[in-house]
Structure formats: C-alpha cells, structure tokens
Design a protein around this ligand. Structure first.
Ligand SMILES: C[S@@+](CC[C@H](N)C(=O)[O-])C[C@H]1O[C@@H](n2cnc3c(N)ncnc32)[C@H](O)[C@@H]1O
Length: 200
C-alpha cells in the first residue's frame, strides 16, 4: 500500500532523509548494505554517480534488479564480499545492522569508507521496559496516525525480531568503533548513527 502521493512509506523509509542529507558533497561511490529491494539505493543514485547495493537474500536482489537503472546489485554476504577497502564515499544501511554482529558490521563499514567518507546507519534496537513505556505510548499513537495517512508499504525482505542489542548497547558499540560518531534515538523504533571518517 502506498500514500495518496504515490510514495511508499514505512518506518524505515521515514528515516531515509536522515541518510540522504548526510551524503557528502562530491560523493562518487555509495554502498547500501542490506539493500533489500533497493528503495534507498535508488534514492542514493539521484545524488551519487555510482551506487552498489548488497544483500544476501536472492528474492530481494531479484526485486531490486527488476528496476531499470545502472545500480549494481550484489547477491552476497556484506561481511565477506571482496570489496576493495576504502572504496566508497558513502556507506549506508537501513534496518540491517541488527542482522549481524554490530561490531563486525560497523568495523567492516568503516574499512570500506574512503577518508572523508560518510557512514550513515538507520537501525533497530530493543527498548528497556518499563522505563520506555511512556515513550512507547507516544510512538504507537504517532505510528498509527502516519500509517493511516501515508499507508504502510511492506518490504519483501527478511526481518529479525527482536533486535539483539538495546539502544544503549548500540550507542556504546558505535562510540567504541566510530569515535566521535553521532548517535540518535528516533521516535519510530529506529536509531541513527552518522560518522565521518577522518582524513589522513
Ligand atoms: C529488514 S531488511 C531491510 C531491507 C532494506 N534495507 C529496507 O530498509 O527495506 C534487512 C536486509 O538485510 C539483509 N542482510 C542481513 N544480513 C546481511 C549480510 N550479512 N549481508 C548482506 N545482506 C544482509 C537481509 O537479507 C535483508 O534483506
């Protein structure tokens, strides 16, 4: 189901602007990790000349490749695929980091970035009950409203639930692997991590 304006909406797509706004000026190569059927990869391609999407799910990659365009879609495991180190200006990922060991995933993303490149992750983590109950009530209300007004598009890719790490644990991992990174917890059951790889 899509919104009246024809645009797809779900909790992942809601946070795509956070990633797209982080794309550095002059970025030439972008990688979408766990690209699924390629919605984010196609949005990145409007800003970046060369976009690669990788996913280990054949059904997702099949959907992605069915779209016209010049994005390269790789069917493989991101953690082991033989990408050239430091070969991307943008490494982005949505709703995928919790499918793998977070330290290994972030370290691999860090290693694939060129100096000055941007890592932009939107992910899922576990809340802490009962502390998060008031927040959960607000989130449910806002999510219900947005679903009713925007429609909810169900992506065709594999999911993992519950996420293994809490928000605090992801924040700690990000601070350890990506010193100076910006971690934000968002309302709709998502967090984001932005990190610019130092030059030199
Ligand atoms: C919940 S889906 C999200 C898909 C897409 N990013 C989106 O927002 O609709 C997570 C995706 O990550 C992929 N994935 C998980 N671990 C992976 C890995 N190690 N290498 C490549 N893809 C992986 C899964 O196959 C799945 O398609």
């Amino acid at each position: 189901m899509t919104a009246k304006d024809g645009k797809r909406w779900n909790h992942n797509i809601h946070y795509h602007p956070r990633i797209l706004a982080a794309v550095p000026e002059g970025a030439r190569d972008a990688l979408d990790v766990g690209c699924g059927e390629g919605t984010l990869a196609r949005e990145l391609r409007r800003r970046v000349a060369r976009v690669t999407g990788i996913d280990r799910d054949a059904v997702s990659i099949g959907h992605a490749r069915a779209h016209p365009g010049d994005i390269e879609y790789v069917l493989d495991d991101f953690l082991t695929h033989p990408f050239e180190p430091a070969s991307f200006d943008v490494v982005a990922s949505v709703a995928t980091l919790h499918h793998m060991d977070a330290v290994a995933g972030l370290e691999r993303m860090r290693g694939l970035l060129r100096p000055g490149g941007m890592l932009a992750v939107v992910g899922l983590a576990r809340g802490s009950m009962p502390k998060d109950l008031p927040r959960e009530v607000v989130t449910m209300a806002v999510s219900t409203y947005l679903r009713a007004t925007r429609g909810h598009w169900q992506h065709p890719s594999p999911t993992v639930w519950p996420p293994p790490l809490t928000y605090s644990q992801v924040r700690e991992v990000a601070a350890e692997v990506l010193p100076g990174s910006e971690f934000r917890r968002h309302l709709l059951w998502r967090y984001s991590v932005l990190w610019r790889k130092p030059r030199g």
